[in-house]
Design a protein around this ligand. Structure first.
Ligand code: ADP
Ligand code: MG
Length: 320
């Protein structure tokens, strides 16, 4: 097999937000290292409030990181602006969780998709219309003629998400960051959207960052999976290794809690409801909930370590 081609690499990425004044911060992206290769899908899994959306928005540079680097091919795009940023925005697209909120309610299906076609390519009106139709066709919205004059409220949730995907494809992206793309859809139509994303990945050699709170769909759609907890990547491995040899206690609990695991082990509750993202916290972020916690876990900074070629973990237990 040939070496995978790297398209995007986050290095020690940090994103923080001020909260409640008085110099307090939360750090939803806390020193994250992540590489995306051509034509692969990297799953990012973690419960609500672990910083997945913030990471996704930073990878597409809707947000600017406070620290770290974001290498796209040979450029560091962490702080680019203006033309360079517009160029990057075309290449790295995001599909959001809520297709209704991400579409303009006052624009027809045709116009939603035509806008980025016009922005990113110079072509005649007729060529634009052809391009829009072929994009709608590509995402399974056919016959496009019947749908092109409809407004978002006239579509089903699945159709709306397909429009959002067509719009993302209009710019000929290299990477799509899909943030919980099926979690707001009816269970009955989720598989169809995941199937579509799989086909697009294969046909267009697109790379995906697939953000989800659901380990099962990450396993279905991803070659490698990163597990996020409280802004940190706590484990990264191939989808097969995450399933067969999960190393981090959090990953094991996620596995046990996912449907079809045969085990019924709920995650231990947090005291404050969601993972502690405060800049002041010390030690392993999972320590307050960890069934294997040791005294050291509450003080020591836990480094992410690669144990094998593609399997890394941030857990003191893994060093024993
Ligand atoms: N623009 C923002 N300003 C302040 N806090 C934010 C902002 N965006 C997200 N957050 C906070 O960051 C934390 C992580 O959120 P998010 O990245 O959405 O996590 P997830 O997608 O895993 O649920 C949450 O506590 C959220 O309230
Ligand atoms: Mg989110």
């Amino acid at each position: 097999m040939s070496e995978p081609i790297e398209v995007l690499r986050a290095e020690n990425l940090v994103v923080r937000f001020p909260v409640g004044g008085r110099g307090r911060w939360i750090v939803p992206v806390d020193n994250i290292n992540l590489t995306i290769h051509q034509a692969e899908s990297v799953g990012i899994v973690g419960e609500s409030g672990s910083g997945k959306t913030t990471l996704g928005r930073t990878l597409v540079r809707i947000l600017e990181p406070a620290k770290g680097r974001l290498h796209w091919h040979t450029h560091d795009v962490a702080h680019i602006r203006g033309r360079a940023l517009r160029h990057y925005h075309a290449a790295v697209q995001m599909v959001f969780q809520d297709p209704f909120a991400s579409l303009n309610p006052a624009r027809t299906v045709f116009d939603q998709v035509a806008l980025p076609v016009r922005c990113h390519r110079r072509m005649s009106g007729a060529a634009q219309a052809d391009r829009v139709e072929s994009l709608l066709d590509q995402v399974g919205l056919s016959p496009a003629r019947d749908l092109r004059e409809k407004y978002p409220h006239e579509l089903s949730g699945g159709q709306r998400q397909r429009v959002a995907i067509a719009r993302a494809l209009a710019a000929d992206p290299q990477i799509i960051v899909a943030d919980e793309p099926v979690s707001m859809l009816d269970v009955s139509i989720r598989a169809g959207i995941l199937q579509l994303l799989t086909e697009l990945k294969e046909q267009l050699a697109l790379s995906f960052v697939f953000i989800t709170h659901d380990l099962a769909s990450a396993r279905y759609f991803s070659t490698r999976i990163g597990v996020m907890y409280a802004g940190q990547l706590v484990e990264m491995a191939t989808a097969a290794d995450i399933t067969r040899r999960p190393l981090h206690p959090y990953t094991r609990l996620l596995m046990a809690a996912s449907p079809g695991s045969g085990m019924k082990a709920p995650l231990p509750e947090t005291t404050q409801g969601s993972p502690d993202l405060s800049a002041q916290r010390r030690g392993c972020p999972f320590a307050p909930r960890c069934p294997l916690v040791m005294d050291r876990c509450r003080q020591a900074t836990v480094e992410f370590r690669w144990l094998a070629d593609q399997h890394g973990v941030a857990c003191l237990r893994s060093e024993e």
